[in-house]
Design a protein around this ligand. Structure first.
Ligand SMILES: Cc1cc2nc3c(=O)[nH]c(=O)nc-3n(C[C@H](O)[C@H](O)[C@H](O)COP(=O)(O)OP(=O)(O)OC[C@H]3O[C@@H](n4cnc5c(N)ncnc54)[C@H](O)[C@@H]3O)c2cc1C
Length: 372
């Protein structure tokens, strides 16, 4: 028999975005019900590397303003959720380097460095000798490197666990294994959401359904231009501290954890909802890793996995109310930066849903009109 439940705000999808929106709403005393098809935080947010790039305080670009605000929120947010949940998501501000290995490496590094200085960023130029002293495992053919001391990382599965527990401590209810299969609409308003077991009523509804947002949008006749972008990761293990900071090169990265684990990421492919870890993906990542950091070749192979990023066909992320409905909101399409952007996304959505002024304008994050 279908049971009726209710809350002020119903959030669909318990990834990092749904959990962060729930957390900031719960802090305002709002009653929240979070519905998750599977288990909390087991999709893109679990698969993520958790890199937190430095902000760009001088930029006026809406995305950069969102990223800068979000990056600045991590330290206090992590303190709060550790206190409430007892789970430490291992936020680390290690710094990150970009290594240049090809012939034109010095020129590219200099240009990157100059551009970063002009953008008002804290950045260091590393000659090869400085680079090898700092990171002895890096390829000796490196021509130069740029270091951003403001780069850091976090362990995403722990972050989502800490956020969901903290939100629950503040009163949020979470229903796992509750796929939303339909929405009941009357006169431009969502009145209830349906799962196979429950009919759930609320004042406002938020879709935080990640790579599946397009499918959920179809249920209510809205074209949410979100597609799934698969990313594979390889997990290795070495001695703790053998690599001190994040290493970037040609769109790939190595992320050291404090226990000696090393993430090598990530591939990028639009292959629908296939989450398999493939031979070609693992080979691509290992080839790259041991070219850039041959000193890590004695690391052991632990495992590999893949996740589905919610990518936008245009723009993104999407944060705000869908113009077709009075009370249906969306928080999705964070693509490669959903962990970094989660705190600001959660804060802005909670401000919007409680009719408070938003810390940043939300218009740049509307679903593009022509495709909505
Ligand atoms: C390999 C990889 C590496 C990454 N590295 C980084 C990084 O270093 N830094 C960074 O900032 N970002 C990174 N990202 C991106 C980041 O992980 C994502 O942008 C972010 O996790 C998206 O969060 P989400 O909550 O929108 O989606 P998800 O975590 O996928 O959560 C969406 C949830 O909605 C649920 N759902 C869907 N449909 C329904 C339904 N009908 N009913 C109920 N529930 C539903 C799903 O089960 C899922 O749990 C990476 C991603 C990948 C895959």
């Amino acid at each position: 028999m279908v049971k009726t439940k209710s809350a002020d705000v119903i959030i669909v999808g318990a990834g990092v975005i749904g959990c962060t929106v729930a957390y900031y709403l719960a802090k305002q005393g709002v009653s929240v019900l979070l519905l998750e098809r599977g288990r909390v935080g087991r999709e893109a947010s679990w698969a993520s590397a958790g890199i937190l790039n430095h902000g760009r305080p001088a930029s006026t670009h809406p995305y950069e303003r969102l990223a800068t605000l979000s990056r600045s929120m991590f330290e206090p947010l992590v303190e709060e959720i550790i206190e409430l949940s007892g789970v430490d998501p291992e936020y680390r501000s290690t710094g990150g380097i970009h290594v240049f290995l090809d012939e034109e490496g010095v020129e590219k590094a200099r240009n990157y460095y100059r551009g970063s200085i002009l953008a008002g960023l804290e950045v260091e130029y590393l000659e090869p000798a400085d680079l090898f002293e700092l990171e002895p495992t890096v390829n000796r053919d490196a021509r130069a490197a740029i270091r951003f001391p403001g780069d850091g990382s976090i362990r995403p599965p722990r972050l989502v666990r800490a956020l969901s527990l903290a939100a629950q401590r503040l009163g949020t209810r979470i229903l796992e294994h509750s796929p939303v299969v339909d929405l009941e609409i009357r006169s431009g308003r969502v009145v209830a959401i349906l799962t196979p077991e429950d009919r759930i009523q609320g004042e406002s509804f938020v879709l935080a359904t990640g790579a599946w947002s397009g499918l959920v949008g179809n249920r209510v006749g809205v074209n949410l231009p979100v597609y799934s972008s698969k990313g594979e990761i390889v997990l290795l293990e070495s001695l703790p501290g053998k690599l001190g900071q994040i290493v970037n090169n040609n769109g790939h990265y190595l992320v050291p954890r404090s226990d000696g684990k090393l993430l090598v990421g990530a591939t990028e492919e639009a292959v629908g909802f296939d989450k398999s870890s493939t031979v070609h993906g693992v080979l691509e990542l290992l080839d790259w890793a041991f070219h850039v950091a041959p000193g890590l070749s004695d690391a052991t192979f632990v495992t590999s996995w893949a996740g589905l990023r919610p990518a936008a066909r245009r723009g993104g992320p999407f944060l705000g109310r869908l113009r077709e409905f009075e009370n249906l909101y969306v928080a999705t399409a964070h693509n490669r930066s959903g962990i970094l952007l989660a705190p600001a996304s959660g804060l802005l959505m909670s401000q919007l849903l409680t009719n408070r002024p938003t810390s940043l304008p939300l218009e740049p994050f509307a679903v593009p009109q022509s495709e909505a």
